[in-house]
Design a protein around this ligand. Structure first.
Ligand code: HEC
Length: 197
């Protein structure tokens, strides 16, 4: 028996199939179910529009990336501000900061040892551990030489190669070499004083 029709006892609508005498009522989905269904479809549409198509809102991942980018740019600005504030004092306090020195030593080890040797005693470049200096005498003079290089010599303008923070750290590190008097390249330049600790 495959005809749609009404259940004989109750008069309710039944579907056309019949499994061993079992018929199925043709009941509509209940209203509460339909509202949840339509509600979720609408929510999904709104959600897709708001977060993905129009970019009005931010998903967790986007919010994270934005915050990270914000942090990075702030960090860069801070680094630049610090750079502008490089001073005799900033270098002196850098030379007392173990983390700064550690960073400076690491930069020195990768970028400077080929010419100044691992302990700064000098090879192609001058001995940085004696009490003589070619260019100026202050910490800022060292910083300036490292940043701008010495045109016409093997000493590059490291300011063009390395980020500001590296230059500051390596300059602070170099100030700690002066006066160690490690035997190496013969002293060059004018006599300078040991830096006050
Ligand atoms: C390719 C070789 C080379 C490299 C690499 C090099 N230097 Fe030099 N450096 C020199 C030479 C050569 C001089 C001397 C320039 C001159 O004749 O005035 C010099 C000079 C200097 C001076 C000045 C010393 C003074 O007596 O005034 C400082 C400071 C210095 N270098 C630091 C550094 C640091 C820090 C690095 C790494 C970031 C570095 N150098 C990497 C070759 C080099």
């Amino acid at each position: 028996m495959n005809t749609p029709g009404a259940d004989l006892e109750t008069g309710a609508r039944v579907l056309p199939h019949d499994y061993d005498g079992i018929r199925e009522y043709d009941n509509p989905m209940p209203g509460w179910w339909k509202s949840i269904f339509i509600g979720s479809v609408m929510f999904a549409g709104f959600y897709g529009l708001y977060f993905h198509l129009m970019d009005w809102g931010h998903t967790d991942a986007q919010a994270y990336r934005l915050e990270l980018a914000d942090y990075d740019s702030k960090k860069e600005v801070r680094a630049r501000a610090e750079a502008a504030n490089v001073s005799e004092n900033a270098l002196a306090s850098g030379a007392r900061d173990p983390r700064m020195l550690e960073h400076g030593a690491a930069v020195f080890k990768t970028k400077c040892v080929t010419c100044h040797a691992d302990d700064g005693r000098g090879l192609i470049g001058p001995n940085l551990t004696d009490l003589r200096q070619l260019h100026g005498a202050t910490r800022m003079d060292l910083y300036a030489t490292i940043t701008n290089g010495v045109p016409g010599t093997a000493m590059l303008a490291w300011g063009e190669q390395l980020p500001q923070t590296d230059i500051l750290a390596v300059a602070a590190f170099v100030t700690t070499l002066r006066g160690q008097n490690i035997a190496g390249k013969a002293p060059e330049g004018v006599a300078v004083e040991r830096f006050a600790p």
